[in-house]
Design a protein around this ligand. Structure first.
Ligand code: ADP
Length: 461
């Protein structure tokens, strides 16, 4: 740490065609950004997505494999070959799929193409939660109390660590993701069994069997910081988001800024994130995720990619994050300085999912009728249309409803109106549940933590 940024002397990284290695709403979002920047956008698709709109609006499309994502959207070699065949100079991975694969970032750059995202070493440092925590502590980013090392094997030493932290503790897999590979332990008697189970899970599901232990926070909010970095050592943060409205660790509603957090409380945390980016030579956009409890921030992980919820920050900061990400990948120096960032108003995003209202199981099928809201301060990012067939193979996100207004209360009212003006027929969606949530008083007061939504759902049953 403390070395100069690794990418400072990057060679010419200019390109005129981008291959988008993704699907759905984000594929269209990235296409739009490419065209606005005067770049061509080519895309891949799976056999299940042959008729999908994102293929029709791209400059060209190559079907690279069957519906099974392992053989299409996750097929590194086929994607790189598709870029070469279509004359693309860069690959944008979107979110999900290969967006956080260090091996893919490396393979793309080895093939002489630009990976629109950070380099392999930043992705691996941040992909392992223990090394990420270590890098954050070195940069002065506040972390959850607990050692920055993997748990040893000796039972006595593990027990000592838990006692020092104080129960409840959480056991986490260093390579965990998607809310899996963690277990809460509330008393010493349950410690060793929890470790054995989590270790077995980590061994089977993740690259690394390493585990670590930290304090379990009981009523935190999920707050995150969006960063933007070029390859010349410039890094800024674009404000913060609150994503506490989660079900099974999946975000459902996001907002910017996080309500009730004073600028002088979050300001130093934002600057520490920026410092961490400079120290690891981070390139492009990324998100630092924190738990926030009793006026303290605790880093939990960094997402080294564009996030689903990036639009709420675009609405409040006025910055097009995908433009900025593509420009950074081209080696263009960041013109914005931290003082130029002026966030204004309030933004919400609702994730509209194709799922059954009670069971939350994905709901595939054909959309027979569709109405989407159109009004000032309302943005819809979606790939669906009337007649669109929602595929059972992929993520259930079908649209993102985003609003912006001068105050949080006005933004909530605008979202209520936008939700009322949205109609999706032919499949089940979570629209009824989103509408009810925007009538909830505790949510309106901004007093909800990461457990609120699950409790709220239980009460409604
Ligand atoms: P993943 O990579 O699987 O998303 P995270 O480390 O981001 O894992 O944690 C996912 C979620 O688990 C958090 O949003 C939070 O709800 C919960 N969590 C993780 N660490 C803690 C902790 N130390 N205390 C309380 N809850 C935690």
């Amino acid at each position: 740490m403390g070395e100069p940024p690794k990418n400072a002397a990057s060679a010419n990284r200019r390109f005129d065609t981008v291959l988008i290695a993704n699907r759905g709403e984000i594929a269209l979002r990235i296409q739009r950004a490419c065209r606005e920047l005067g770049l061509k956008a080519v895309t891949i698709c799976s056999e299940a997505d042959r008729q999908a709109p994102f293929g029709k609006t791209a400059d060209s499309v190559l079907c690279i494999g069957p519906a099974n994502a392992a053989k299409s959207y996750l097929n590194k070699d086929a994607i790189i070959l598709a870029a070469e065949l279509t004359g693309a100079g860069a690959i944008h991975p979107g979110y999900g799929f290969l967006s956080e694969s260090a091996a893919f970032s490396e393979a793309v750059e080895k093939a002489g193409l630009v990976f629109i995202g950070p380099d392999a070493s930043s992705i691996s440092t941040m992909g392992d939660k223990i090394s990420a925590k270590r890098a954050m502590i070195a940069a002065g980013v506040p972390c959850v109390p607990g050692p920055q090392t993997a748990l040893p094997d000796e039972p006595a030493s593990i027990e000592r660590t838990a006692q020092e932290i104080g129960y409840p503790v959480i056991i986490k897999a260093a390579g965990g993701g998607g809310g899996r590979g963690m277990r809460v332990v509330s008393e010493a008697g349950a410690l060793h069994e929890a470790i054995a189970l989590t270790r077995e899970e980590a061994r089977q599901a993740f690259d690394s069997p390493a585990l670590y232990m930290e304090k379990f926070l009981q009523h935190p909010r999920h707050i995150e910081i969006q960063v933007l970095c070029d390859v010349h050592g410039n890094a800024i943060w674009l404000g913060h988001r609150d994503c506490s409205m989660q079900r099974r660790h999946q975000k459902v509603v996001e907002e910017a800024p996080a309500p009730g957090i004073a600028p002088d409380l979050i300001g130093p945390v934002g600057l520490a994130c920026v410092k961490a980016c400079r120290q690891i030579g981070y390139r492009g956009v990324g998100t630092f995720e924190f738990l926030y409890e009793d006026r303290e921030f605790y880093f939990i992980e960094m997402n080294t990619r564009l996030q689903v919820e990036h639009p709420v920050t675009e609405m409040t900061s006025g910055i097009d994050i995908v433009h900025a990400q593509i420009n950074a990948a081209q080696g263009i120096p960041l013109e914005l300085r931290q003082d130029d960032i002026r966030c204004s108003g309030h933004s919400f995003e609702c994730r509209i999912n194709a799922e059954a209202p009670e069971s939350f199981l994905p709901s595939a099928g054909t959309i027979t009728e569709l109405a989407l809201p159109e009004a000032p301060g309302v943005r819809v990012d979606t790939h669906i249309h009337a007649g669109y067939r929602v595929s059972p193979y992929y993520d259930s996100l079908i649209a993102k409803l985003i609003v912006h207004a001068p105050t949080r209360a006005e933004a909530m009212a605008r979202m209520r109106e936008a939700l009322a003006g949205t109609r999706v027929e032919g499949i089940s969606t979570n629209l009824p549940f989103l509408r009810a949530l925007f009538e909830d008083e505790a949510f309106a007061r901004g007093e909800t933590d990461i457990h609120y939504l699950e409790k709220w759902l239980k009460q409604r049953r």
